[in-house]
Design a protein around this ligand. Structure first.
Ligand code: SAM
Length: 293
């Protein structure tokens, strides 16, 4: 690999694959990378940051497009970091070698990981989602909290769900905090963004079961026959729950019985409880398939 000290301005996204050493926080490339902490700039450039070797390797293995790889001097000589750098260059993307201060500034962390990748954002269209068999999708109404969204993506992946449908004005699935909380599941879980009106229109062509969760739901979630049909699990907003428009479109409104003083469960916890009940018969400890999803 050749190394080049790059102190000139230019789009870090479009340069052909080379290793550049960057040490200054005022370097324009570093400024570009730091700007990706803001949604506005992520969306302008259609990219996002994924921190850590595991996440970057997961993303590359699953075919996500890398634009730039940043590694700190601490990663020099680490064979996995070298392999990731070689894979990045082979794909025609740039590799930056930076110091601790720079990687800290990019990731906004005091103890940053050795590696950060800049990847192209990827979303599926709602029309491409055609649940069949025993497939399960999770639809989230206006989810606001990045930690909740990341945890739900991770949990949905672990439960064997096929994708996540984000309805309305949701938190950004490509924010640093959400990506961190997914622990790599972001790269394995198809994501759709849609409006409530488009979801309601799509729903008309869906003949499986839509199960909404509602604190006023009349049905105990353990009594619903989920088996043998595709299921869309619809979860409400953290503050307001499901609006009437979405609740009315559900085949069932399920409730998780509670005791104690808490009014409700945390959204990500409620999603986990529901998903593992819906997938109860499909999941086995030895990974053998119990259904046709
Ligand atoms: N104040 C909100 C309300 O009245 O719906 C609380 C929303 S709760 C924090 C967020 C979401 O988690 C709910 O919309 C629902 O989807 C789900 N949820 C939480 N606890 C639940 C329970 N016991 N049964 C069913 N769903 C629940």
């Amino acid at each position: 690999m050749t190394k080049q000290d790059d102190r000139q301005h230019g789009s870090f996204i479009s340069k052909p694959g080379k290793v550049k050493e960057v040490t200054s926080l005022t370097n324009p490339i570093v400024k570009d990378l730091r700007s990706l902490a803001l949604k506005k700039f992520r969306d302008q450039q259609g990219v996002f940051l994924a921190e850590g070797l595991k996440l970057v390797i997961d993303a590359l293995d699953l075919g996500w497009t890398i634009k730039t790889l940043v590694y700190s001097k601490a990663g020099k000589g680490n064979s996995l970091v070298e392999q990731v750098a070689a894979r990045t260059i082979a794909r025609g993307a740039d590799v930056l070698e930076v110091n601790e201060k720079v990687i800290s500034a990019i990731t906004r962390r005091d103890n940053p990981q050795m590696v950060v990748g800049v990847f192209e954002q990827k979303l599926e269209s709602l029309s491409s989602i055609r649940p069949h068999g025993n497939e399960v999708y999770v639809a989230l109404d206006r989810v606001r909290d990045p930690g909740n969204l990341g945890t739900i993506i991770r949990t949905a992946d672990a439960a064997g769900a096929k994708g996540i449908i984000l309805i309305g004005d949701t938190t950004d699935p490509f924010s640093l905090e959400t990506v961190r909380a997914t622990m790599g599941s972001l790269f394995a879980m198809p994501l759709v963004r849609t409006t409530e009106a488009d979801f309601l229109a799509w729903r008309k062509g869906f003949s499986g079961l839509i199960v909404g969760t509602h604190l006023k739901g009349a049905v105990d979630y353990r009594t619903i026959p989920y088996k043998g049909k595709p299921v869309v699990l619809l979860m409400g907003n953290e503050q307001q729950g499901l609006p009437e428009t979405l609740a009315a479109t559900c085949d069932k409104l399920a409730r998780i019985p509670q005791e104690g003083r808490a009014d409700s469960l945390n959204l990500a916890i409620a999603t986990g409880v529901m998903l593992f009940e819906i997938r109860r018969d499909a999941l086995t400890l030895d990974g053998s398939k119990q259904d046709n999803s």
